[in-house]
Design a protein around this ligand. Structure first.
Ligand SMILES: [Mg+2]
Length: 371
């Protein structure tokens, strides 16, 4: 039996959803969220897909995949992930070592791994060497635009839905009112009790000195991690934060490739590495990144996109939990026929080949952005 196949077509679908109401974190309003989905077809009729998410720039990602990457894939085997990664990295490097172009490349790599699983008739977690099928997952929301009452109510709802760990946004009023942040975090801790893991995400808002000041005012609240308390590119500032508080530091969602994560690690500027397979270069790259986190005895706790990360969680021994952003539940429901739903704080991996998920083509074709 031949396991191999050749890529004969690449399609890209853009699915977007307007976010109504006032959803904001410390540094921006969220107006639209969407998925850019790359669908690769092989000559034996299999489909593999990968996706990345965006708030802006989805059209550019789609065009980049179709114009720059598709011609490099036609006629190739989905098993050539290392070779194609290396070729494409150099082919696109002038415009594409980071940012939109690399989000686009990530979808292609993920789609090829989905196909590898399908060609081998094996769920991805098994192909990656994992055993675990129940993956701990936490609820993520708590926007800074919420009133205190809305914030506390959502936190209670997360706990009612069975989550044992939750994350909320901090940095209200553009980071200019730390007193109010401390009040809000304290109110949530009081509402959920001492046994629920509580994480904070400041979305890049503070300079290091202010972030340390805020963190040190939260010492008694048992904070599990503090995410992006400082501008993500201020690596020395992140390192200063890490040395100045005992709250573990999470960052990495804005880094691309092993090179970005290497710099964070070497600067001693991270405890929880939160890189995102849909940005950082797909499975081919994130496996190397996970290896680096193991070598430095750090935690790997990927950013959002639970359906793209869930199989990795089975294989990575240093991956404590997966993130589920409540804001993405609707757009995921538009795209997948059979997305597993979390129960009691765990996501059960599908026991089907590849990513183990089916796209809802009828719905996607109806709602996708037409060009
Ligand atoms: Mg974040």
């Amino acid at each position: 039996m031949s396991y191999d196949a050749k890529i004969v077509d690449v399609q890209v679908y853009l699915v977007e959803k307007a976010i109504k109401g006032n959803f904001a974190d410390s540094t921006r309003n969220v107006e639209t969220i969407g998925y850019c989905i790359t669908d690769i077809t092989t000559d034996n009729g299999l489909h593999g897909f990968g996706l990345t998410y965006h708030e802006v720039g989805g059209e550019a990602i789609r065009e980049f995949i179709l114009k720059a990457l598709k011609p490099k894939l036609i006629g190739r085997s989905p098993f050539e992930t290392e070779a194609i990664w290396e070729e494409c990295f150099h082919y696109i490097r002038g415009v594409g070592r980071k940012g939109l172009a690399f989000c686009g490349y990530s979808t292609v790599d993920i789609a090829m791994w989905d196909l590898k699983g399908k060609l081998l008739n094996m769920p991805l977690y098994k192909l990656l060497g994992g055993v675990k099928t129940q993956i701990p997952i936490y609820a993520s929301g708590g926007w800074t635009s919420y009133s205190l009452e809305e914030l506390v109510e959502e936190a209670r709802e997360m706990v009612r839905r069975g989550y044992t760990k939750i994350k909320l946004k901090v940095g209200v009023e553009g980071g200019n009112n730390p007193n109010e942040d401390v009040r809000r975090i304290r109110a949530v801790r009081d509402a959920i009790g001492p046994d629920i893991g509580l994480m904070l995400d400041a979305n890049n808002v503070w300079r290091s000195a202010t972030a340390v000041q805020v963190a040190n005012r939260l010492r008694d609240l048992d904070i599990l991690l503090f995410e992006e308390p400082v501008f993500a590119d201020d690596i020395p500032g992140l390192a200063h934060f890490k040395q100045s508080t005992d709250i573990p530091l999470a960052t990495g969602e804005h880094e691309y490739t092993k090179f970005g994560i290497r710099d964070l690690i070497l600067a001693n500027a991270v405890d929880y590495v939160q890189c995102d397979v849909t940005r950082c270069g797909g499975f081919t790259e994130i496996l190397k990144i996970i290896g680096m986190t193991q070598a430095w005895n750090l935690a790997f706790a990927p950013h959002g996109m639970e359906y793209m990360h869930m199989h990795l969680m089975s294989a990575a021994p240093n991956a404590p939990f997966l993130e589920r952003l409540f804001m993405f539940e609707d757009v995921s429901a538009m795209v997948f026929k059979d997305a597993p739903q979390p129960k009691n704080g765990y996501l059960e991996l599908p026991n089907k080949p590849g990513l183990g998920m089916e796209l809802d083509y009828d719905n996607i074709k109806e709602v996708c952005v037409k060009f």
